[in-house]
Unconditional design. Structure first.
Length: 581
């Protein structure tokens, strides 16, 4: 019995130790389990006060479900939330629908106001827009993101109760992202009953029809029309913005003003319609991805470009909006920016490429790493050569550099050689042939002082340029293999070091007596200061100096003379990324 007691005592002691260790380990595990990452911040968390918000992505931290989906085999319905990326949970939709088609019964309002857009199944299933194709067993997408498809004849959604977007209807802001696939129609409306502000693509949009904003002058009719000037096409995704500030209506397309008009205020309440206009007419033939409405003028509030930038950063429509990350966010106020890498999270496009077998063209963006999408170029060109038709400005100012195919195909710089994308130091290179290839002049308005920086490949021959402006009076070049800056006044600063056959990071600052040019090259570096008399820069031609042209990877023009700290950091960034020195 004594031995058994000893054994029990030892066993109990060991169990106690084991429990202590287990408890400690559980505490450690629990500490890991309960550790959380950064809180989600959505568009509607940043730009508050929305009257309604519908999207195929999560817009607010308070959002749970984005849509309610019906599969048309057994007509069962389920609520769908978002995935880890904040996009509509396409896996959950596929699981629910299987080989059946999926339709949107309810598009949840994420503003917190409960203005859900609805199209019930009972008696109305034929009116519900489509989100999932059972044949291909895939969610419908646009530019890689989920999209709701409206057929132009039956589909539309509407809120179940009326709302007042603004008590006097004097101010509002509407942001709508879509692609017209046929005859167009209304994107959204708040006039399905009484004629409030309505954002629409002309009720019969064709490939030559511009976007249109329609709003009632009083309750009902007549209607005030603000017509845009840009011809739309059915292959392009657009972000349309409509604002009213007191008595002025303005229509924007991809961040750029299309037109404005005066407007008399109206009053009243109405329902919100998605893919439909007044009196459930003018139904949309196209896809919608996001619509956000405010009962205040977001342009006057200073939020319009930020909201547009947020939408563009997620859906990657084009190069516009206010960036929240990237080189152009870290160093703002760029007047023009061209690169074979993504410089801002609001930039979706790098270049437009032509393959020379059949002369077809396509826009090329960036891969998941923010590099030029070389796989897309190879897929487009195959065994043909690829040439750059447009080098897109990533600054958001629309200063795209172009060399159109019509009359200019022989002048287009090359990006693909029939086998692979042309590179220098492992990064894509836009290859030019001296006196043969260059981009056309880009018109801009840039006052002095200004800073120009870029990366180019000097082929060890005469007059290889980064850019010139005002008919070859402003440039940062490797003239006779030496870094040179020539201001708009004609003042020239030339460094004494021969750069040789190498890649070079250039910096040129036009700042009166404090002007200078510097170059960091594979084989040599140089810096020279001097005085210039600077005037406004009204033209810019990437990769040209009038008589010579350059093979390039990046060019950025900034407003103002950057500080030594800033341009030094940018030089390091360029040098590191392009492996110059």
């Amino acid at each position: 019995m004594a031995d058994i007691s000893k054994i029990n005592a030892v066993a109990l002691a060991n169990i106690a130790k084991l429990d202590a260790v287990t408890a400690a380990n559980i505490a450690k595990v629990n500490g890991l389990v309960f550790a959380t990452g950064p809180a989600f911040t959505g568009l509607l968390d940043t730009y508050t006060g929305a009257a309604a918000g519908y999207s195929t992505r999560r817009l607010a931290s308070s959002a749970t479900n984005l849509m309610r989906i019906r599969e048309d085999s057994g007509d069962t319905e389920t609520d769908i939330g978002y995935d880890s990326n904040g996009d509509l949970d396409t896996a959950a939709i596929a699981t629910h629908c299987g080989t059946a088609n999926g339709f949107v019964v309810k598009w949840y309002d994420q503003s917190g106001n409960g203005n859900d857009a609805y199209q019930p199944t009972a008696g109305f299933s034929g009116l519900q827009p489509k989100i999932y194709d059972g044949t291909s067993q895939a969610v419908i997408t646009e530019n890689g993101k989920p999209a709701v498809d409206f057929d132009g004849s039956n589909h539309y959604m509407i809120t179940t109760s009326t709302i007042t977007v603004n008590s006097t209807r004097s101010d509002f802001g509407v942001f709508a992202l879509n692609r017209n696939t046929g005859n167009g129609g209304a994107l959204c409306s708040t006039d399905s009953i009484d004629g409030g502000p309505r954002l629409a693509q002309n009720l019969r949009t064709t490939t030559t029809t511009a976007p249109t904003l329609q709003t009632a002058l009083t309750v009902g009719f007549p209607v005030k029309v603000v017509a845009g000037t840009t011809s739309l096409n059915t292959s392009t995704q657009y972000l349309m913005t409509a604002t009213q500030s007191t008595s002025t209506l303005t229509l924007y397309l991809d961040g750029t003003s299309e037109n404005s008009a005066s407007h008399t205020n109206n009053t009243g309440s109405s329902k919100i319609g998605l893919g439909v206009g007044s009196g459930v007419s003018g139904k949309l033939e196209g896809v919608l991805q996001e619509i956000v409405m405010y009962n205040s003028d977001q342009d006057a509030a200073g939020n319009r470009t930020g909201i547009e930038g947020n939408v563009n950063a997620h859906f990657q429509i084009g190069n516009f909006g206010t960036p929240t990350s990237g080189l152009l966010f870290d160093y703002p106020d760029a007047a023009a920016a061209y690169s074979v890498r993504q410089l801002a999270n609001t930039a979706a496009l790098s270049m437009r490429v032509r393959e020379d077998a059949t002369d077809t063209e396509t826009n090329i963006g960036f891969d998941a790493n923010g590099d030029l999408d070389t796989a897309a170029i190879a897929a487009h060109c195959g065994t043909a050569n690829g040439y750059v038709v447009t080098w897109y400005d990533q600054s958001g100012n629309g200063n795209d550099a172009e060399q159109p195919t019509s009359g200019g195909s022989a002048l287009q710089p090359q990006i693909y050689n029939g086998t692979a994308v042309i590179t220098r130091n492992g990064k894509p290179l836009i290859e030019s042939t001296e006196n043969v290839t260059s981009f056309n002049v880009v018109s801009l308005s840039q006052s002095a002082p200004y800073t120009m920086m870029g990366v180019s490949y000097n082929h060890n021959d005469f007059n290889r340029a980064i850019a010139f402006g005002n008919i070859a009076n402003m440039r940062a070049v490797a003239a006779r293999n030496k870094a040179q800056f020539q201001s708009t006044s004609g003042s020239v600063i030339t460094a004494s070091v021969n750069l040789g056959d190498s890649s070079v990071v250039y910096t040129a600052v036009a700042n009166g007596t404090n002007s200078f040019v510097r170059a960091l090259g594979e084989t040599a570096s140089a810096e020279t200061s001097g005085a210039t008399t600077d005037t406004a820069l009204t033209e810019l031609q990437p990769g040209a100096s009038g008589t010579g042209v350059s093979s390039m990877q990046e060019l950025i023009l900034w407003d103002g003379a950057l500080s030594s700290t800033d341009y030094g950091a940018i030089e390091t960034d360029m040098d590191t990324f392009f492996s110059v020195t």
